[in-house]
Design a protein around this ligand. Structure first.
Ligand code: SF4
Length: 439
């Protein structure tokens, strides 16, 4: 189809959404639309997140402002919020078209169709037959923010139903993409100059359980064995599904980052049970022990929620103790926010916001102390790094990430970007490591 219509995509939320936005852009270009080089466009696509109320409020404010400024534009809302509140978006916020995560990679066709028939304005099924491919080989020719890095989605959706989480309701059931398709796609990426890959899924450790394909650790091993790759990352893991096989694959493949993100959420068994996380603290501790035994010098980061309904002072103390005992390299900390449609939404949100904030402040201080100590332990060690950009503070310095995914600064120039170096870590300033290139 030939059209002169331009589009702008505005992305909110997680890396999965950023990855889906890439697919939407490709789909729109294939359908003959043109990417606008300014915000002003004929078509606005908001790819949205529903994980926190704040994320939805921000998207709604942005949509409302765009609607009032560009009265004739087509506004499409894609992603999780479209799936969750499709009807309100159309009736209350002047949105023309809603497209859920299952159909968003087909958005070029959907918008072309809408231009002829505006009565059809909701595409929000979770029918697996509608599920468009997330591994379009044409994307292998499109670069990421970092031209040598690519996010590779290996599975979509989640069936774990953690009590606080909206994802299973908006993203639907687990769908693993065929392993051979993933391996072929990664091979094409490497042939096109990609040197770092991050395998992506809501719970990558469950990969293949729906389809009977190979388990995650075998997929990880196969991708890590591809010639030409500098670094392989994977997110997100789930403590109930993480296992020693993954660790043995990591240990045997130096190309896999020494970095595991393993969301704990709470240090209290009672709260973990109320959250339906399906593991105990004892099991989590055992996994942490296995990580440090099988993959020496591996960093571990986590997510923590404070103020889940019913969390007592004692439960919160247990979370603080878990941070101190497990010495996380990093922790992303959140105040519990009720999400309509989740099972926890039905529980009384008994902890006042000022108390949630007090707990969060204490937790952030503890996490900082622990992570600084961990960073300090890296001084005098050597690591590989890929240079990502010029340092914000000095044009004669460049910044990248260590094999443990800690930010690090070394002397360098723009010519070093995308190159891999072995460096010795020499100091820590603030929370940034500084290194020197090995001869
Ligand atoms: S594992 Fe739990 S927190 Fe993660 S996406 Fe699934 S339901 Fe949400």
């Amino acid at each position: 189809m030939k059209t002169h219509k331009t589009f702008t995509i505005i992305t909110f939320g997680c890396q999965m959404n950023k990855s889906d936005s890439e697919l939407m852009e490709l789909s729109l270009l294939k359908s003959g639309f043109h990417k606008s080089d300014s915000y002003h466009s004929d078509i606005f696509i908001f790819n949205t997140c529903s994980v926190r109320k704040h994320a939805e409020d921000r998207a709604i404010a942005h949509i409302t402002e765009t609607r009032s400024k560009y009265k004739d534009a087509i506004i499409a809302v894609a992603g999780c919020m479209a799936q969750r509140i499709a009807h309100e978006l159309v009736t209350e916020f002047g949105v023309n078209l809603v497209v859920g995560p299952y159909q968003s990679p087909d958005i070029g066709n959907i918008i072309s169709h809408y231009l002829y028939n505006s009565a059809m304005n909701k595409y929000i099924s979770q029918n697996a037959d509608d599920f468009a491919s997330r591994l379009d080989n044409e994307l292998a020719h499109h670069s990421d923010e970092l031209p040598w890095h690519k996010w590779v989605t290996i599975s979509h959706g989640c069936e774990n139903y953690c009590a606080y989480c909206i994802v299973p309701y908006v993203r639907g059931k687990l769908i693993s993409f065929p392993s051979q398709q993933i391996i072929d796609y990664c091979t094409a990426l490497i042939d096109n100059g990609i040197r770092e890959i991050t395998l992506l899924g809501q719970n990558v450790n469950q990969y293949g359980q729906d389809s009977g394909d190979i388990p995650f650790y075998k997929l990880l091993d196969k991708v890590a064995s591809l010639c030409g790759l500098y670094k392989l990352n994977f997110i997100t893991s789930h403590p109930k599904d993480f296992n020693d096989n993954i660790l043995h694959v990591m240990n045997n493949n130096p190309v896999i980052a020494r970095s595991i993100h393993l969301p704990l959420q709470s240090g209290s068994d009672a709260v973990l049970q109320a959250m339906n996380r399906q593991y105990t603290m004892k099991q989590y501790f055992t996994t942490i022990d296995a990580i440090h035994t099988i993959v020496p010098h591996c960093s571990v980061s986590t997510d923590l929620i404070v103020g889940f309904p019913g969390e007592t002072d004692k439960d919160f103390e247990m979370t603080l103790n878990a941070v101190k005992t497990m010495q996380f390299d990093e922790a992303f900390t959140y105040k519990y926010s009720p999400r309509e449609g989740t099972s926890a939404y039905l529980l009384p949100d008994t902890i006042p916001d000022n108390e949630k904030q007090r707990r969060l402040d204490i937790l952030i201080t503890t996490v900082r102390e622990v992570s600084l100590k961990q960073l300090h332990n890296h001084i005098n060690s050597t690591t590989d790094m890929i240079v990502e950009r010029i340092s914000k503070k000095s044009e004669s310095e460049v910044m990248g990430k260590t094999i443990c995914n800690h930010p690090i600064i070394i002397k360098g120039t723009i010519d070093d970007i995308g190159k891999k170096y072995t460096v010795t870590i020499v100091s820590l300033k603030g929370s940034t490591l500084y290194g020197e290139r090995s001869a």
